[in-house]
Design a protein around this ligand. Structure first.
Ligand SMILES: Cc1cc2nc3c(=O)[nH]c(=O)nc-3n(C[C@H](O)[C@H](O)[C@H](O)COP(=O)(O)O)c2cc1C
Length: 210
């Protein structure tokens, strides 16, 4: 049976539900309880990881102060990069202000980190690099689980890549252990609106069946 037929006939509710997750960037002011946040994070830890090493670490910026500190610290790096790119100052200020307000207006934010102390050590850079990549892949899977767990809990979120461009500022501001290398920030909250689905490339364009 074709998947589309199966979906239409209601045989694949879960597969259909997976397709309803959206990246949500605007939230209602309703807070996310710490208990719910913990449940979502705990669910994220059921993601697979290489050797079951579970290299993800979560720095949950649950307080408004933590989110504001993080947003402003990362914005400094963002501003520096945009100015170095030669953007006009007012454009730089508009973009950094937008970045700050997105983070400070989210009811919760989780900084996804990779604990590099979980890595196996190799004598050669080729395998060490593969090991690093394996860890990053594990953290990304935990992030995907986190977004889906949030969706299942009636929350919504969006993955932001900003910490990749400001890892040291994010780490320093939240006073994280040195081995926690920031990978991404997931904003979470109750959706202010249901965004339309963004298009997907046709499966035949992205698949080779060999
Ligand atoms: C690795 C990664 C980085 C992303 N970075 C950002 C980001 O910095 N800002 C943002 O608004 N959305 C970001 N997104 C969200 C994507 O824009 C979004 O997933 C995509 O447009 C598809 O929309 P959907 O998630 O609603 O299906 C990122 C997603 C991923 C997986």
């Amino acid at each position: 049976m074709q998947m589309t037929q199966a979906l239409e006939q209601g045989f694949c509710d879960y597969l259909g539900w997976l397709r309803t997750r959206r990246s949500v960037r605007r939230f209602t002011p309703q807070p996310v309880s710490e208990a719910l946040l913990r449940t979502v994070l705990e669910t994220a830890t059921w993601a697979p990881s290489a050797h079951n090493r579970q290299p993800w670490r979560f720095a949950a910026a649950h307080s408004a102060a933590a989110r504001a500190n993080l947003a402003h610290a990362m914005a400094e790096d963002f501003r520096r990069d945009l100015l170095a790119d030669g953007l006009p100052v007012d454009e730089v200020e508009a973009q950094t202000a937008r970045s700050i307000s997105r983070i400070t207006n989210a009811p919760a934010a989780v900084l996804l980190c990779l604990d590099v102390e979980q890595e196996d050590r190799y004598p050669d850079p080729r395998r060490q690099q593969a090991e690093r990549l394996m860890g990053v892949q594990g953290v990304a899977l935990a992030g995907a689980y986190l977004l889906l767990a949030a969706h299942a809990a009636g929350l919504a979120g969006v993955w932001m890549c900003a910490p990749l461009f400001a890892p040291q500022s994010a780490q320093r501001t939240l006073n994280l252990p040195h081995a926690w290398v920031p990978q991404a920030l997931v904003l979470l909250g109750y959706p202010a609106a249901a965004p339309a689905a963004r298009p997907r490339r046709p499966i035949d364009e992205v698949t080779l069946i060999l």
